[in-house]
Design a protein around this ligand. Structure first.
Ligand code: F6P
Length: 322
């Protein structure tokens, strides 16, 4: 057997652990494993690199992905997909592992529909893949956001300021909601609840008046993001003593850096499971964590379905305000 692995879309801490596990579990079976550079772009262009057990030594603790990643919109068209199939056929590759999020797994589905054996591994800090509780990279990203919130809270309270912190997640409020709850945010603005701008401003100001400072978490997908809310707050001039809002956009620090224990373990388990799936002839699936265990969903099932946020957490976010 000869298999290939690629990492695609936004990188996520733990991708290297997944690559390492695929290569080593494949090598155990005397398979050849080939790395594809820069995701679907490299697949279409034929940028392949043979990988053996040694080649993936010392990468587990590194953030990012040793195979590099890219966004390749051309792959959504028939020409790109045909080019990829030709590259795979020329190298006699029998199966492909795709580590990535929503967009990447739509690419997996396209290849799978064309008859190529693909196993997807759920990996995105956005945690927006349907049917998957926690994707690869989420734990690290959450901890980075949390640490940042803790740090911002200390300076906010020292100076008596209001901070709005923008968290990634594209259209999904998962990171903002979870980090906001665990970080004790005074307000959490996420696209799913589409909170009213004025309500948020009033809540923020009330919290400031009670505590002398306030920290709000805003998902990047919420209307105008944190910058929009900060601008609205400044323009509203609620009264002459209205405090100025400081803005922190966390950005790509959330995606970079050392993966946590949980992400190293999840990447390792996903990688090993991908090889087991291909060995058993199981493909056209997305592997992800569900209630603490790995499960395989068909790529067709996952498709473009939208993942809902946990209703209980949405309620908790409301309940815990003081
Ligand atoms: O999908 C992961 C993610 O980090 C999103 O949260 C964010 O909106 C997007 O990628 C940023 O993309 P890029 O790194 O291409 O700017």
């Amino acid at each position: 057997m000869r298999i290939a692995i690629l990492t695609s879309g936004g990188d996520a801490p733990g991708m290297n652990a997944a690559i390492r596990a695929v290569v080593r579990a494949g090598s155990q079976r005397n398979w050849d494993v080939v790395g594809v550079l820069e995701g679907f772009r490299g697949l279409m262009a034929g940028d392949f690199q043979p990988l053996d057990s040694r080649a993936v030594g010392g990468i587990m603790q590194l953030g990012g992905t040793m195979l590099r990643s890219a966004r390749a919109p051309e792959f959504s068209g028939a020409v790109g997909q045909e080019a990829a199939l030709q590259q795979l056929a020329q190298r006699n590759i029998d199966g492909l592992v795709v580590v990535g999020g929503n967009g990447s797994q739509r690419g997996s589905l396209a290849l799978s529909r064309l008859g190529f054996p693909v196993v997807g591994l759920a990996s995105t800090i956005d945690n927006d893949l349907w049917g998957v509780d926690v994707s690869l990279g989420v734990d690290t990203a959450l901890n980075v956001v949390l640490e940042s919130l803790d740090r911002i809270r200390s300076t906010a309270s020292s100076h008596g300021r209001i901070f709005l912190v923008e968290v990634m997640g594209r259209d999904c409020g998962y990171l903002a909601l979870n980090a906001g709850i665990a970080g004790g945010a005074e307000i959490i603005a996420i696209p799913e609840t589409d909170s009213d701008e004025l309500d948020l401003m009033v809540e923020l100001r009330d919290a400031f008046d009670r505590k002398g400072y306030a920290v709000g978490v805003v998902a990047e997908g919420w209307r105008g993001g944190a910058a929009g809310l900060a601008r609205a707050f400044a323009e509203a001039q609620l009264d002459d003593n209205a405090p100025r809002v400081r803005l922190t956009i966390l950005g790509h620090v959330q995606r970079g850096g050392t993966p946590t224990y949980a992400d190293r373990m999840l990447g390792t388990r996903l990688g090993a499971a991908a090889v087991a799936c291909l060995a058993h002839g199981e493909h056209g699936v997305l592997l992800g964590s569900h209630e603490g265990r790995l499960r395989a969903l068909t790529l067709e099932q996952v498709g473009s379905r939208q993942k809902d946020l946990d209703a209980e957490l949405l309620l908790i976010a409301q309940t815990l305000r003081d």
